[in-house]
Every structure is written in C-alpha cells, then in structure tokens.
Design a protein around this ligand. Structure first.
Ligand SMILES: C[S@@+](CC[C@H](N)C(=O)[O-])C[C@H]1O[C@@H](n2cnc3c(N)ncnc32)[C@H](O)[C@@H]1O
Length: 428
C-alpha cells in the first residue's frame, strides 16, 4: 500500500458523495485493515484491559500517516496497543498512562531480551513459586474481602514467590498469569471489567471450594503461563533484528508530563478515557495491590483520573457551549467541564510535540449524558482548529464488540453505536 492511499480515497469519496466536510465517513476498520484478522494476535491478548484499542485502528493510522522509524505518541496508552503495533511496524513509540499497569505490561508485550528461555525452565520457576512458604500481604486494608481464606493463603504465597524472582522473562510471564488467576479465583466478577462482587461469582467460588480447587488453580497457572510463553516466542520470531524504541511512562498524568527529549514527534495515536468512566484504576485495583502498590499510591493516581478531578478552566467551543445550555444538573456540568479540560490538556501536551504536518489521530465515542449526545470529536475539532490544526476527516466505525465497563462483550456500550476516528493535521 502506498502512503495515504486509503485516506485520500476516502477524502475524494466524501467529496463525491456531496457530504459536508465535517460529516463522519462510515468505515469498518476490521474490514479495511485486512492484514490483521484477529484482534488478539501475538501478544495483544496478554493482560486484560478495558476499552482496549482494536489493533486495526492503530494499524490504519500507522500505515496511512507514518513511515519506518517515525515517532508515535500515545497520551492514554492503557495496555500499550499502540506500542506493540508501532514495534511490529518498525516505528518508535512513547506511551504515557496514569495506570501503573503499563509498566508491567510492556516488558512482556514487546519482549526484546536476548536471554535463552525454555518451557522447561519456565515450569521450574513456577514450581519454585509453588514451594514458597512466606506470604506477601498486599498493603490494602480491604484485600481479604475479595477472597476466601484458603484461596488468599495460596495466592499470597505464590505472590511472595513471584516477587522474589529476578526481573526476567519468566517473571513477566508468570506475573501475567498470576494477575489473571488472582482475579479469576477472587469473589470479584471476572466476566466484566468493573470490580464488584456478583451473585454469580459467589456461587461460582462456593462451588469451586467443594472441588479440588487448588489443583485447578495450579493448572490454570501452568496453562496461562504456557500460553503467554507461546505468544512471546511467536512475537520474538517475527521481530528478530527489530530494534525500534518503545518508551513507556506509567503512573503519570499525561496533561502535566514533560518529555525529556526535544525531538519533534510524527503522529499522535490515542484513545482518551470515556466521559463518565473513571473505572480504569478501580478496575485494576486488585492487580495493582498484588503487584506491590500501596493503597496510598493507588489513591494518588485515582485522584488524577479523568473526569472526576476538578476542572481548572472552562473549555469553550460552539458545540460544548450549546450542550451546556441544555444540561440542568450541576453535577453533570462539572463532569463535562472536567472531562474536556483535562482530556484536552493531555492531548494538547502531546500534540504540541508534533512536527509541522504531523497528524493527530484521536479515537473517541459520542456518549450521552442527560439524554444528550456529546459529539466529542466535534468539540475536539472546534478546539484544535483554533489552535493551528486542520480538520482532515472523521471516520465512523460501528462498534462490534468492545468490552467497556458494562456486560460482557457489550454490543452497545454506554448506548453508543459507533466510535469515531478524528484526524487533524498540525499546520504550524
Ligand atoms: C480508553 S483507555 C486507553 C486504552 C488503550 N488505547 C489500550 O489499547 O489499551 C484510556 C486510558 O486513559 C488513562 N488515563 C485516565 N486519566 C489519565 C491521565 N490524567 N493521564 C494519563 N492517562 C490517563 C486510563 O488509565 C486508561 O488507561
């Protein structure tokens, strides 16, 4: 595919249809990016994360707007989908996220170590953990609430064993498996991202405790570790001799984060949090405590999470002002103000680093509050076109399955039918 073919075609197509410049153009990224057939390919499936990008959207932006060795930034990197796609296509990436999880996800998602490793040694490491006698008790006052006593005893020994391992590939693999199992064997509902005890889960665990649950837990630990091992091996076979950089900064507020490098970046590819969805840190709480973070550390990042922190300024654009006039509830106005203040601050902080002609690719939904649809992409467009960016196009990608915070594989999360990929170009 030559540079910009699809993008140009879509622009011409929009023109021929006589659509207004600013009307969304319908696409299905799953269909047009046919080189990716499976959203969970290679290491994409390691670590569960809510509202992950489908890799096809990221690959589309990479194919259309970058070339080898370019630098991509993602201000809301989550589980690092952009980092993995960048590495696979020989681009460099800078990833920022408030969630500390990113720091634990990236070393396994784009494993670049030169150390030889084998399933045999992996099994030996798992057996070491199983023999551990000491316990690791997370610094989280409520942790026992989420477990039966027997399960807690086993998990805290396994985690103690894990924390003693050297920071090598075995540790990264077993850690990913333990994170998964610690949720599965907890009383927290594991079929949805949200952290809560469900009736289903209580019954599930009560029944499990009547069986040989310890054997099942151990089997799952092995099975998941082997599965992740295979994904990492496959990834490494494909990326032999690839040496691009993926830098990641976890636990940072992307609105305030200062990059050390003075280098101009080529593209922003990002998917901001959803309005009224402050669930990312809460969703990861159990994982973070087992990984060794304290209640205080988790609280500190929760406070910075969009959109429940106070707005420092009121963003004014035509559409946003019109929406404000229609909303009567003060609390909702506060959320709206907070969302646009902090999300725009984060985007702007990264977009300021783009070179002239660099593209900003922003993937957002149009959620409803108080029954009013919030055209997020339009508000971003109005704000950034005042700041020296040119509106190029907005794509409307119908949601098939994207696990947000509701029910499993919710076909219509937050009442949204589509998500939008907005493309802006830096003019100055
Ligand atoms: C839609 S998710 C991104 C998912 C990501 N595209 C992926 O594929 O995994 C939005 C992310 O924004 C992060 N976030 C929320 N507030 C933030 C802030 N102030 N600074 C940086 N990241 C923040 C959340 O932790 C969450 O990971």
């Amino acid at each position: 595919m030559t540079q910009s073919t699809l993008f140009d075609t879509y622009k011409i197509f929009t023109y021929e249809l006589g659509k207004k410049d600013s009307e969304p153009v319908e696409v299905s990224f799953r269909d047009i990016v046919s080189e990716i057939r499976d959203t969970t390919y290679l290491t994409h499936s390691i670590y569960y994360y809510p509202a992950k990008f489908i890799p096809q959207v990221v690959r589309f932006c990479i194919n259309e707007f970058t070339k080898e060795n370019d630098w991509i930034i993602d201000s809301f990197a989550g589980s690092g989908t952009v980092g993995l796609e960048a590495f696979l296509t020989k681009r460099n990436a800078i990833l920022l996220d408030l969630n500390y999880l990113l720091k634990h996800i990236m070393p396994i998602k784009i494993y670049q170590g030169t150390q030889e490793y084998s399933k045999y040694e992996l099994a030996k490491n798992i057996q070491e953990i199983q023999k551990e006698q000491e316990s690791f008790i997370p610094e989280y006052s409520n942790v026992r609430y989420w477990y039966s006593d027997e399960v807690f005893e086993v998990l805290s020994r396994y985690w103690a064993g894990l924390h003693k391992l050297d920071g090598n590939i075995y540790k990264w693999i077993i850690q990913a498996a333990l994170v998964k199992i610690s949720k599965l064997f907890s009383l927290a509902e594991h079929r949805t991202p949200k952290l809560f005890k469900s009736k289903f889960k209580k019954i599930f665990i009560a029944e499990l405790m009547q069986t040989d649950w310890k054997k099942q837990l151990d089997n799952k630990l092995f099975q998941n570790s082997y599965k992740f091992y295979d994904s990492v091996k496959h990834f490494q076979n494909i990326t032999k001799n690839y040496n691009n950089e993926v830098k990641y900064y976890a636990g940072v507020d992307s609105a305030k984060f200062k990059l050390e490098s003075k280098k101009e970046l080529d593209v922003l590819i990002t998917s901001p949090p959803y309005l009224q969805a402050q669930e990312y840190i809460r969703t990861s709480k159990l994982d973070l405590f087992w990984l060794g973070y304290t209640e205080k550390q988790v609280k500190e990042i929760s406070r910075l999470e969009i959109p429940y922190r106070k707005a420092e300024r009121v963003i004014e654009t035509y559409t946003l002002n019109e929406i404000r006039k229609q909303i009567e509830n003060d609390k909702l106005i506060k959320i709206l103000n907070s969302y646009f203040d902090h999300t725009i601050a984060s985007l702007e902080n990264s977009m300021n680093l783009l070179k002239k002609g660099g593209k900003a690719c922003i993937f957002v939904g149009n959620p409803k509050i108080d029954g009013i649809e919030i055209e997020t992409w339009r508000i971003f467009t109005e704000y950034f076109t005042e700041k020296g960016f040119k509106f190029e196009i907005v794509f409307d990608d119908e949601i098939k399955t994207r696990q947000l915070f509701g029910a499993r594989n919710n076909k219509n999360p937050n009442g949204m039918k589509s998500e939008y990929l907005l493309i802006l170009t830096k003019n100055t």
